[in-house]
Design a protein around this ligand. Structure first.
Ligand SMILES: NC(=O)c1ccc[n+]([C@@H]2O[C@H](COP(=O)([O-])OP(=O)(O)OC[C@H]3O[C@@H](n4cnc5c(N)ncnc54)[C@H](OP(=O)(O)O)[C@@H]3O)[C@@H](O)[C@H]2O)c1
Length: 292
């Protein structure tokens, strides 16, 4: 008798985001009663349709939560100096609590240099070099949104992380590297044994096959296939590549039959990332209000 494999438990991001945002909204209301309206400022450079769409999603979410969302749209031929000036204007505005430069920016501009100009206290993306350093040192700092969203997702679905073996495919600055730091920290929802694999580890699948929790963070469509995962293990798809408007995830759909639990190809880590942006913004607003 052959037993057909049962499909994995799905781990959608939307219920996680809803729970996080409900708490953010209630904290925003408490701040408003004290005369402080959380404010997330965004800067878009150029005319990329997808980026403009992401800004609109954030503005709609901001409005739904009662946040302000001042926005500056700079032309595609903006200079590095003009971009820095726009960032500094929001840094200097005491009514702004978070500053986000929408990625990507036109190729003639240096995103890393722009990021370093953001006031670290208003770095709600958690990607300022000072905040990444604080994260590595175990000091309080805004957590990078995508890694923090993955930790929240695992927690929401009661997936044990403490003491488990997490393998992350990818050591990029946005996802793999900060996630490996976050999940190895000594905290209730972390405390894992974390292995990071990348192109320097050609036999990376020997590690991923041993993972209790595998996080794909490579940005290589379909790189994770059933033979790369432990049957019954947890698979989190973080890496994606866009071809036009088409989203191509790292995790091949065929993994649904082998994994025990898995994020959906669309609507997994994305919604939790956005929720973390607003959580970081309300954190920043509370901190600034406490200092005032
Ligand atoms: N879902 C979301 O909301 C969200 C948010 C942010 C980022 N992302 C996605 O997360 C992914 C990672 O972004 P990132 O900026 O952190 O990383 P990144 O800088 O794009 O680096 C990719 C990493 O994957 C590794 N890699 C690539 N191809 C590989 C291969 N064939 N075998 C083994 N390792 C390979 C690279 O190894 P080497 O270091 O050896 O080159 C590198 O460490 C991207 O797809 C990005 O779009 C998603």
């Amino acid at each position: 008798m052959s037993l057909s494999p049962s499909p994995a438990r799905m781990l959608p991001g939307a219920p996680v985001a809803e729970a996080v945002l409900a708490s953010v909204q209630s904290r925003a209301q408490t701040l408003q009663e004290r005369g402080v309206t959380p404010s997330l400022a965004t800067i878009l450079v150029g005319d990329d349709d997808a980026s403009a769409g992401y800004i609109r999603i954030k503005q709609r979410q901001a409005a739904a939560l009662g946040f302000l969302s001042p926005h500056v749209h700079l032309p595609a031929d903006t200079t590095q100096q003009q971009l820095h000036d726009a960032i500094r204007a929001f840094n200097d505005d005491p009514d702004v609590h978070g500053v986000l430069v929408q990625y990507p920016i036109p190729a003639h501009l240096d995103y890393g240099a722009a990021l370093a100009v953001v006031d670290p206290d208003k770095d709600v993306d958690g990607m300022h070099p000072m905040n990444l350093g604080r994260l590595a040192a175990g000091m309080p700092a805004p957590k990078p949104c995508t890694p923090a969203g993955i930790e929240a997702l695992l927690d929401h679905y009661d997936i044990p992380v403490r003491g488990r073996h997490v393998v992350v495919l990818g050591r990029g600055a946005t996802l793999g590297r900060p996630l490996s730091i976050l999940l190895s920290q000594k905290r209730e929802t972390a405390d894992a044994a974390v292995t990071v694999v990348h192109t320097g580890v050609p036999d990376w699948s020997t590690h991923t096959r041993a993972a209790d929790i595998l996080v794909a963070a490579a940005g290589v469509p379909g790189i994770i296939r059933p033979e790369h995962i432990r049957p019954g293990g947890v698979v989190i798809g973080g890496g994606v590549r866009y071809e036009g408007r088409r989203l191509l995830p790292d995790v091949d759909e065929s993994c649904n039959e082998t994994a025990g639990a898995i994020t959906p190809r669309v609507g997994g880590v994305g919604p939790t990332t956005v929720a973390m942006l607003f959580r970081n913004t309300v954190d920043a607003a509370e901190l600034m209000a406490a200092r005032a």
